[in-house]
Design a protein around this ligand. Structure first.
Ligand SMILES: [Zn+2]
Length: 84
């Protein structure tokens, strides 16, 4: 089923989200807990096995008006799970 997570990219992508992304002052921040980081990595590793040609990017990388996922550098953090 086509999702509705990223304008112009929904037809060929899988949206992955985590709860958070705002600090106590309401500013964008990487607020992932260790458990969220672990779960996210496990999910992305599973998706990488199933879709080895899929590139992992942040919402911000496709729409610069978005701040999410508030991870400093998605491509670098998951470099080991990117296509070869
Ligand atoms: Zn987003």
């Amino acid at each position: 089923m086509v999702g509705a997570h990223c304008v112009n990219h929904n037809k060929y992508s899988i949206g992955v989200c985590y709860e958070g992304g705002y600090d106590a002052r309401g500013q964008h921040a990487d607020t992932r807990t260790p458990a969220q980081k672990s779960a996210l990595r496990q999910l992305l590793a599973d998706l990488h096995r199933r879709y080895p040609r899929a590139v992992i990017v942040g919402h911000h990388d496709l729409n610069h008006r978005k701040a999410c996922p508030c991870i400093a550098n998605v491509a670098r953090e998951y470099a080991d799970l990117q296509p070869e």
